[in-house]
Each structure stands twice: as structure tokens, then as C-alpha cells.
Design a protein around this ligand. Structure first.
Ligand code: HEC
Ligand code: HEC
Ligand code: HEC
Ligand code: HEC
Ligand code: HEC
Ligand code: HEC
Ligand code: HEC
Ligand code: HEC
Ligand code: HEC
Ligand code: HEC
Ligand code: HEC
Ligand code: HEC
Ligand code: HEC
Length: 462
């Protein structure tokens, strides 16, 4: 087929060129006036020789066939006259995307297609002749401007932006055309994240304790992949983020009578738990006691200040059973409770509180339930004079029942049976105990009364 290309030069003279068939045996390159700077000439090269369509070849990164001046690879003439007033003398050889598919593999082999690609709208992104950047795009490595022509820009203008998103490296995560997974991702979100966060992945694999949603689920359960008003790309701040799944703890936070301060403060759940993985049980950063004593190692924690528990435990001869086992949570609910001092059961706040059923559950959850029920006993306690139950005597006394703290330490003591060696606080004064234990009983000279002895086998007569 012979084609005639007519084109008008701005300088005003008309040149008619005859073009050979589009085949391997193209005629020899057309000879141009020596002054016209034209590189290796191909079919259609003349279209852009002059300034008529110079801009077409002028892009910084021209499309390969355009670089070759192969205009006819895509355009064909439908009218011999060119330019044609009020009409077109050229048409595309095929419609986009069929045109592109003549040289490029067509899309549609993967599960998820980007809608503009599916609709064949290649030119929504690509400039057919070339662009200012690579890939026939008018953007460089930063793809933000390209993508945000169609997408809402709000998610990409947050206070905290993800590194790769901030620099517009959308392609590091999304394929612009098609992909195997939802969101134009190559695979599960988790794998995608761990491709870059490789150190994180390594630590994750090496940790004995992993948070279930981190182990199996997408990281996007908690993180926004692009950006967030909350630091660390979190979807919400803690504790809201956590209690979305941990509903029970959420309810507790909302209504509890004795809340634990750190949960309501800046670090919230993160002040005790790692969100991802840990070496210690319960996603704690250290063993439980160390975790608690990170804060409870001060003399001035709280208003009014709480006792310094680290000091209270240090070097003590006797640790209370659960603490020996490494647990504070056996007695305290770290997330708060309705009881005095976040205890798991009722425990009076005052120095005097006569025994009533339920009142001392904080202790009787583990200890003999009948400790305080009978005035006489041979089995329920060793604190007795003969059969006389001295726990009953002291605690069940309806006028002046003494709480356990009058005699016992809750955490640790240098005295046997956790007897409070330093004495219980009575206002400004520490009531001394002077407790001595014997194989069958004991005795004390407390600040409350004269010296008394008790003996289980040979009761002391008073
Ligand atoms: C890879 C295919 C391809 C090649 C090669 C190609 N074009 Fe195009 N051209 C197109 C497509 C597709 C359009 C339609 C663009 C649109 O609709 O926005 C187009 C549009 C045009 C237009 C009209 C709109 C415009 O952008 O000004 C002109 C003029 C044009 N081409 C000239 C040329 C010239 C001259 C050459 C050779 C130097 C050339 N083309 C090479 C694909 C091609
Ligand atoms: C006549 C053949 C032909 C047609 C038709 C064609 N291309 Fe190309 N295209 C090429 C060649 C050749 C390359 C260079 C390939 C390479 O470098 O490996 C290329 C490269 C590209 C590139 C990569 C550019 C870069 O900077 O790496 C893109 C994007 C592209 N084409 C898009 C399109 C689109 C969109 C269409 C349809 C509008 C299209 N092509 C039509 C031949 C064609
Ligand atoms: C939503 C924008 C968008 C649309 C629509 C689009 N592309 Fe692309 N395309 C891109 C981007 C961005 C790249 C660069 C990919 C990269 O950075 O690795 C690209 C790269 C390419 C490449 C070269 C690299 C490769 O992946 O092979 C070809 C060829 C290509 N596109 C063809 C097409 C064709 C054909 C169509 C229409 C069926 C199309 N594109 C539609 C954005 C788009
Ligand atoms: C021509 C318009 C257009 C452009 C440009 C465009 N998109 Fe889209 N994109 C859409 C439409 C339409 C949808 C489907 C509706 C939606 O999710 O918003 C979509 C959906 C998506 C989705 C979700 C797909 C899914 O399966 O959930 C991703 C991811 C995406 N686009 C990424 C990009 C990226 C990255 C770019 C830039 C390289 C880009 N888009 C440019 C129109 C566009
Ligand atoms: C670090 C990886 C990563 C980068 C970089 C990234 N995205 Fe995403 N994007 C995702 C993930 C993950 C999703 C969620 C996919 C899912 O679960 O459906 C997503 C979802 C989307 C969606 C679907 C709608 C939505 O918000 O859920 C669009 C649109 C989108 N991204 C556009 C972009 C654009 C535009 C860029 C570049 C400015 C970009 N993304 C950069 C990972 C990324
Ligand atoms: C292309 C590589 C890449 C991918 C993929 C990637 N990230 Fe990132 N991410 C980074 C870089 C780079 C930083 C910044 C590192 C820094 O500041 O130390 C970062 C930082 C983060 C941060 C900390 C932000 C802060 O404010 O400190 C989080 C959280 C994060 N990424 C989560 C994710 C999640 C979730 C995914 C999967 C959806 C993901 N990343 C995928 C490269 C990546
Ligand atoms: C259960 C919610 C949750 C899940 C699921 C989750 N994260 Fe996080 N992530 C967080 C929280 C909370 C922080 C903030 C910790 C802080 O403030 O110290 C964080 C912080 C980060 C950080 C920045 C600080 C650091 O520890 O290096 C990166 C990176 C990160 N996450 C990556 C990931 C990746 C990758 C995944 C998926 C494998 C993932 N996250 C899954 C809750 C989660
Ligand atoms: C997407 C749901 C989800 C979110 C969000 C979530 N978790 Fe979990 N978490 C679970 C599941 C499921 C388990 C395992 C079952 C259980 O103990 O309830 C678990 C278990 C735990 C455990 C016990 C782990 C063990 O080994 O004993 C702790 C502690 C924990 N999560 C803390 C957090 C913290 C802190 C946050 C907020 C940063 C959080 N979770 C956010 C789902 C979630
Ligand atoms: C003061 C420290 C501390 C804070 C703050 C804290 N926890 Fe805990 N949490 C613990 C301890 C200690 C355990 C017991 C761990 C173990 O041995 O299993 C625990 C256990 C858990 C468990 C598993 C057992 C259960 O009770 O269901 C979940 C889930 C949990 N915490 C979630 C949270 C959430 C959500 C927050 C924030 C609202 C939070 N924690 C704040 C100390 C804390
Ligand atoms: C991040 C610091 C921090 C950690 C870790 C911590 N606490 Fe606390 N704790 C506090 C603060 C602050 C108070 C409140 C003091 C005040 O204002 O009254 C408090 C109060 C308490 C109270 C008294 C509550 C009341 O109001 O009567 C108990 C009991 C307690 N914590 C036990 C624990 C236990 C058990 C652990 C370990 C599971 C622990 N704490 C870990 C900071 C911490
Ligand atoms: C056997 C139960 C039990 C265990 C285990 C236990 N506590 Fe206590 N804790 C108590 C009781 C009972 C009180 C109330 C003491 C009082 O007011 O006389 C208390 C009080 C406290 C107080 C408030 C102190 C004050 O000034 O009133 C803190 C703080 C505390 N415990 C922290 C801890 C920590 C940290 C651990 C783990 C090392 C722990 N507890 C283990 C029973 C226990
Ligand atoms: C979570 C269970 C638990 C709770 C709650 C508990 N204890 Fe204990 N207690 C123990 C264990 C275990 C021992 C060690 C028993 C042993 O060594 O035979 C112990 C030992 C004692 C001893 C010393 C007994 C001995 O034979 O030396 C006294 C006194 C004591 N507890 C008092 C209390 C008081 C007072 C409370 C309430 C404030 C309390 N306990 C709450 C588990 C608990
Ligand atoms: C007046 C001081 C005093 C009070 C108040 C007191 N105890 Fe005791 N308790 C003792 C003495 C003394 C022993 C040691 C008995 C022995 O082994 O000879 C003891 C022993 C114990 C024992 C070890 C088992 C047993 O009964 O011999 C437990 C458990 C115990 N007390 C719990 C409590 C609880 C719980 C309270 C508060 C409800 C309490 N005590 C109140 C003085 C007291």
C-alpha cells in the first residue's frame, strides 16, 4: 500500500512524500535538506521533522516507537488531505487498549483489576507519545499526583505519614494495573509489610509469645497503611484500639470503681504490653513482677503516695506465696477492679472492719474459708489458744474487728507468717507486734494490749 503524507511546514512550503508499505523492505530513508536536524529516519518521521508535531517527539522520555519516529505504528491516514479543515485525516490503527495490545501483553490474567485498566483507559495515566517521567507518565518516582487525580487526597495528607507513602512510592505496594489480592496487592498484607520490615519479621519469628492478630492477621487490623492522625500509623489511639477486640477490658475501663492510672494515661495498654510480641508471658516486656516494679519502685508514686513495693520486697525473708511464684495479678487486677487497691476480692480500707461473709474475699479466695466463722476450732487455724480461734477473736469482734493488716503484711515480711514486724500503721504510729512463734503457739507484746501467749496444745489460761 502506498501512503501519501502531506504536511505543511510553518515556513510555508509544501512537501509531498511518498511512503512505502509498512514492511521490512521499507524504501531507503528519505533524504532531507541538510539543515533539518533529523535523526535516523523511520516511517512517519516526517510528521515531526518540522515544528508541526515537534511536541510529540519532544517529551523527555519518549515512547520507544515515537523515539523511532514510527508514527504509523499507531496512526493511519483516512483522508489524503492533511491538514484537513474541519475534519481529520488521521485515525488510530486500533482503539486503545487494543492498540497497546498490539505490542504489549494485555491485562486480565490476575484476580483484581484496577477499574481504569479494566475499562481500557490506559491514557488516564499514560501519555502515548512519552512523558516527563519514565513509563510514559508525567510524574517521576513520586506517583502521588498521578493517583490523586482520581483518588481522595485526604488519606494521603495526615499528620503522620508512612515513609514510602510520603514519597509517593505507591508502586512499592500496589500494582497500577492488576494483582492477585484485594487492594491491588501482590499477596496478603502481612507478607507485604514484612518484606520491608524484615527485622521486625525476624524478631516476630524468634519470639515465644506473639499476639494472635499479629501472628495470622493483616497488620492493617491496627495500622493504617498510608497515614494517620495517630502516631505509629495507628488506626486509633490506645486504649480504644485495643478494646475494640478486648471488649471486656473496655467495659471495665469505662465503669470500674478503682481504675489503674497508667491505663488512662498516655502510654495506656502499651505501658505494660507489647502490641506485637514479647519474651514474657501475657505480652509483657519483662516477667510480671519486674513489669509492675518498673513504676512501683518509687516513694512518690500517686497522690497520696503509695508504698514503694520494690523496697517492700527487697531482701525480705518471707515472700507471700503468690509473689514467690512471680505474680501480682493473683491478688490485683492490673486493669482495675471495684475493690480497694484493685484487689480481686473485697478487702476493707479501714483498720477496723468486723468480719462479715464476703468482706475478706481478697484473702479467703485462697485461704481457709472458715478462718473467721467459728469462735472454737481445732482445724481452721493455728492461731488459737487451745480451741479458741484467735483470728475470730480479733477479726470477728463486732465492735472492733481488726483487719488482717493489723498483724499481716500483704506482700512480704521478715516475720514468720507474714507477721508485720515493723508494725501496722496507726495514724502516725507503727503499732509494734513483738511476735514470737513457738512450735505449738506463739506470743506477742503489741502496742494494743499487754503481752499475751497462745498455745494450741496447752492453752494458756487467762
Ligand atoms: C504507540 C502509539 C502511538 C505512536 C507511535 C504515535 N502516536 Fe500519536 N497518538 C497515539 C494515541 C493513542 C493518540 C490519542 C491520544 C488521545 O486521545 O489523547 C495519539 C494522538 C496523536 C495526535 C493528536 C493529539 C495530540 O496529542 O496532539 C497527534 C497529532 C499525534 N498523535 C501525532 C503523532 C506523531 C507525529 C507520531 C510520530 C512521531 C505519533 N503520533 C506516534 C498513539 C501513538
Ligand atoms: C508498535 C508497538 C507499540 C505499541 C502499539 C505500544 N507500545 Fe508501548 N512500548 C513499545 C516498545 C517497543 C516499548 C519499549 C519496551 C522496552 O523498553 O522493553 C514500549 C514501552 C512502553 C512503556 C514503558 C516505557 C518506559 O519508560 O519504560 C509503556 C508504559 C508503554 N509502552 C505503554 C504503552 C501504551 C499505554 C500503549 C497504548 C496506548 C502502547 N504502549 C502501545 C511498543 C509499543
Ligand atoms: C492508574 C494508572 C494506570 C493505568 C490506567 C494504566 N497504567 Fe500502565 N503503568 C502505570 C504505572 C504507574 C506504571 C509504572 C509501573 C512501575 O512503576 O513499576 C505503568 C507501567 C506500564 C508499562 C510498563 C511496565 C510494565 O508493567 O510492563 C506498560 C507496558 C503499561 N503500563 C501499559 C499499560 C496499558 C496497556 C494500560 C491500559 C490497558 C495501562 N498501562 C494502564 C499506570 C497505569
Ligand atoms: C483514572 C482514575 C484513576 C487513577 C488515575 C487511579 N485510580 Fe485507583 N481506582 C480508580 C477507581 C475508579 C477505583 C475503584 C473505586 C475505588 O476504590 O475508589 C480504584 C481503586 C483503586 C484501588 C483499590 C482496588 C481494590 O481492589 O480495592 C487501589 C489500591 C488503587 N486504585 C490504587 C491506585 C494507585 C496506586 C494509583 C496511581 C498509580 C491509582 N489508583 C490511580 C481510579 C483511578
Ligand atoms: C506500604 C504499602 C502501601 C503504600 C506505599 C501505599 N499503599 Fe495504598 N494500600 C495499602 C494497603 C495495605 C491497602 C489496603 C488494602 C486492603 O486491605 O484492602 C491500601 C489501600 C489503598 C486504596 C484502596 C482504598 C483504601 O484506602 O483502602 C487506595 C486507593 C490506595 N491504597 C492508594 C494508594 C496510593 C495512591 C498510594 C501512593 C500515594 C498508596 N496507596 C501507597 C498499602 C500501601
Ligand atoms: C516499601 C517498604 C515498606 C513497606 C512495604 C512497608 N513499610 Fe512500614 N515503613 C517503611 C519505612 C521506610 C518506614 C520508616 C522507618 C523509620 O522511620 O525508621 C516505615 C515505618 C513504619 C511504621 C512506623 C511509623 C512511625 O511513625 O514510626 C509502621 C507502624 C509501619 N511502617 C507499618 C507498616 C505496615 C503495617 C506495613 C504493611 C501494610 C508496612 N509498614 C509496609 C517501609 C515500608
Ligand atoms: C494489635 C494491634 C497491632 C497489630 C495487629 C500490629 N501492630 Fe504494629 N503497632 C501497634 C501499636 C499499638 C504500636 C505502637 C507501639 C508504641 O507506641 O510503642 C505499633 C507499632 C509498630 C511499629 C513501629 C514501632 C516498632 O515497634 O517498631 C511498626 C514498624 C509496626 N508496628 C509494624 C507492624 C507490622 C509489620 C505488623 C504486622 C505484622 C503490625 N505492626 C501489626 C499495634 C499493632
Ligand atoms: C483485631 C483484634 C485485636 C486487637 C485490635 C487487639 N487484640 Fe489483643 N488479642 C486478640 C486475640 C484474638 C487474643 C487471643 C485471645 C484472648 O486472649 O483474648 C489477644 C490476646 C491478647 C493478650 C494476651 C496474650 C497472651 O499471650 O496471654 C494481650 C495481653 C493483648 N491481647 C493485648 C492487646 C493490646 C495491648 C492491644 C492494643 C494494642 C490489643 N491486644 C489489640 C485480638 C486483638
Ligand atoms: C499495669 C500494667 C498493665 C496495663 C497498663 C495493661 N495490662 Fe493487660 N495485663 C497485665 C498483666 C500483668 C496481665 C497478665 C499477664 C499474664 O500473665 O497473662 C495482663 C493480661 C492481659 C490480657 C490477657 C488476660 C485477660 O485479662 O484477658 C489482655 C487481653 C490484656 N491484658 C489487655 C490489656 C489491654 C487491652 C490494656 C489496655 C486497656 C491492658 N491490658 C493494660 C498488665 C497490664
Ligand atoms: C506505668 C507505671 C505503672 C506500672 C507498670 C504499674 N503501675 Fe500500678 N500504679 C501506677 C500509678 C501511677 C498508680 C496510681 C497512683 C495514684 O495516683 O494513686 C498505680 C496504682 C496502683 C495500685 C493502687 C490502686 C489504687 O488506686 O488503690 C495498685 C494496687 C497497683 N498500682 C498495682 C500494680 C500492679 C500489680 C502492677 C503490675 C501488674 C502495676 N501496678 C504496674 C503506675 C504503674
Ligand atoms: C497475696 C495478695 C497480694 C499480692 C500477690 C500482691 N499484693 Fe499488692 N496488695 C495486697 C493487699 C491486700 C494490699 C492492701 C494492703 C493494705 O492496704 O494494707 C496491697 C496493696 C498494694 C499496693 C498499694 C500500697 C499502698 O501504699 O497502699 C500496691 C502498689 C501493690 N499492692 C502492688 C503490688 C505489686 C506490685 C505486687 C506484685 C509484686 C503485689 N502488689 C502483689 C495484696 C497483694
Ligand atoms: C492467690 C492466693 C492467695 C491470696 C489471695 C492470699 N494468699 Fe496468703 N498465701 C497464699 C499462699 C500460696 C501462701 C503460702 C502457703 C504456704 O507456704 O503453705 C500464703 C501464705 C500466707 C500467710 C503465711 C502462712 C504461712 O504458713 O506462713 C499468711 C499469713 C497469709 N497468706 C495471709 C494472707 C492474707 C492476709 C491475705 C489477704 C490480704 C492473703 N493471704 C491472700 C496464697 C494467697
Ligand atoms: C491479731 C493479729 C492477727 C490478725 C488481725 C490476723 N491474723 Fe492471721 N495470723 C496471726 C498469727 C499470729 C498467725 C500465726 C499462727 C501460728 O502459726 O502460730 C496467723 C496466721 C495466719 C494464716 C496461716 C494459717 C493459719 O490460720 O494459721 C493465715 C492464712 C492468716 N493468718 C490469715 C489471716 C487473714 C486473712 C486475716 C484477716 C482476715 C488475718 N489473718 C488476721 C495473726 C493475725
Amino acid at each position: 500500500m502506498i501512503r501519501f503524507v502531506i504536511f505543511v511546514c510553518l515556513t510555508g512550503f509544501l512537501v509531498i512524500l511518498s511512503q512505502g508499505p509498512v514492511s521490512a523492505q521499507d524504501p531507503a530513508p528519505v533524504q532531507m535538506p541538510a539543515t533539518t536536524p533529523v535523526p535516523a529516519v523511520a516511517k512517519g518521521s516526517t510528521c515531526s521533522i518540522t515544528s508541526c508535531h515537534r511536541s510529540i517527539i519532544g517529551s523527555e522520555q519518549p515512547h520507544a516507537p515515537v523515539k523511532e519516529r514510527d508514527c504509523f505504528a499507531c496512526h493511519q491516514q483516512k483522508n489524503k488531505v492533511h491538514p484537513l479543515l474541519g475534519g481529520k485525516s488521521w485515525e488510530l490503527k486500533a482503539k486503545v487498549p487494543a492498540l497497546c495490545a498490539e505490542c504489549h501483553d494485555p491485562f486480565g490474567k490476575k484476580k483484581v483489576m484496577h477499574p481504569p485498566v479494566k475499562e481500557g483507559d490506559c491514557l488516564a495515566c499514560h501519555k502515548p507519545h512519552g512523558g516527563s517521567g519514565r513509563f510514559l507518565l508525567n510524574v517521576g518516582e513520586d506517583r502521588t499526583d498521578l493517583c490523586l487525580v482520581c483518588h481522595d487526597s485526604a488519606p494521603f495528607k495526615q499528620k503522620f505519614m508512612h515513609g514510602p507513602v510520603a514519597v509517593g512510592a505507591c508502586n512499592k505496594c500496589h500494582d497500577p494495573h492488576e494483582a492477585e489480592a484485594k487492594g491491588l496487592l501482590e499477596g496478603p498484607v502481612r507478607n507485604l509489610c514484612l518484606k520491608c520490615h524484615a527485622d521486625f519479621g525476624k524478631s516476630l519469628n524468634e519470639s515465644p509469645v506473639v499476639h494472635p492478630p499479629v501472628k495470622d492477621g493483616p497488620c492493617t487490623a491496627c495500622h493504617n497503611p498510608h497515614g494517620s492522625p495517630v502516631s505509629k500509623l495507628l488506626k486509633k489511639k490506645m486504649p480504644d484500639l485495643c478494646v475494640e477486640c478486648h471488649v471486656k477490658i473496655g467495659k471495665k475501663l469505662a465503669g470500674v470503681k478503682v481504675p489503674h492510672k497508667p491505663l488512662q494515661q498516655e502510654g495506656s495498654c502499651g505501658s505494660c504490653h507489647s502490641p506485637h510480641y514479647s519474651q514474657a508471658k501475657g505480652l509483657l516486656p519483662f516477667d510480671e513482677i519486674t513489669t509492675c516494679l518498673r513504676c512501683h519502685d518509687k516513694d512518690n508514686l500517686g497522690t497520696p503516695p503509695l508504698r514503694n513495693i520494690k523496697k517492700e520486697l527487697a531482701g525480705k525473708k518471707y515472700l507471700h506465696g503468690p509473689i514467690k511464684k512471680g505474680e501480682c495479678k493473683a491478688c490485683h487486677d492490673p486493669h482495675g477492679s471495684d475493690n480497694f487497691r484493685m484487689l480481686r476480692g473485697s478487702y476493707p480500707a479501714s483498720l477496723y472492719a468486723p468480719y462479715k461473709e464476703g468482706l475478706y474475699d481478697a484473702c479467703l479466695a485462697c485461704h481457709e474459708k472458715n478462718l473467721l466463722r467459728f469462735a472454737e476450732t481445732t482445724i481452721y487455724t493455728r492461731f488459737r489458744n487451745g480451741n479458741r480461734n484467735l483470728h475470730y477473736l480479733h477479726v470477728a469482734n463486732s465492735r472492733k474487728g481488726r483487719t488482717c493488716r493489723v498483724c499481716h503484711q500483704p506482700h512480704a515480711s521478715d516475720g514468720e507468717r507474714l507477721i508485720n514486724k515493723d508494725g501496722a500503721s496507726f495514724g502516725d504510729w507503727k503499732i509494734p507486734m513483738n511476735f514470737k512463734i513457738t512450735p505449738t503457739g506463739g506470743g506477742c507484746l503489741p502496742g494494743c494490749h499487754r503481752a499475751f501467749k497462745y498455745d494450741r496444745e496447752k492453752p494458756v489460761a487467762y
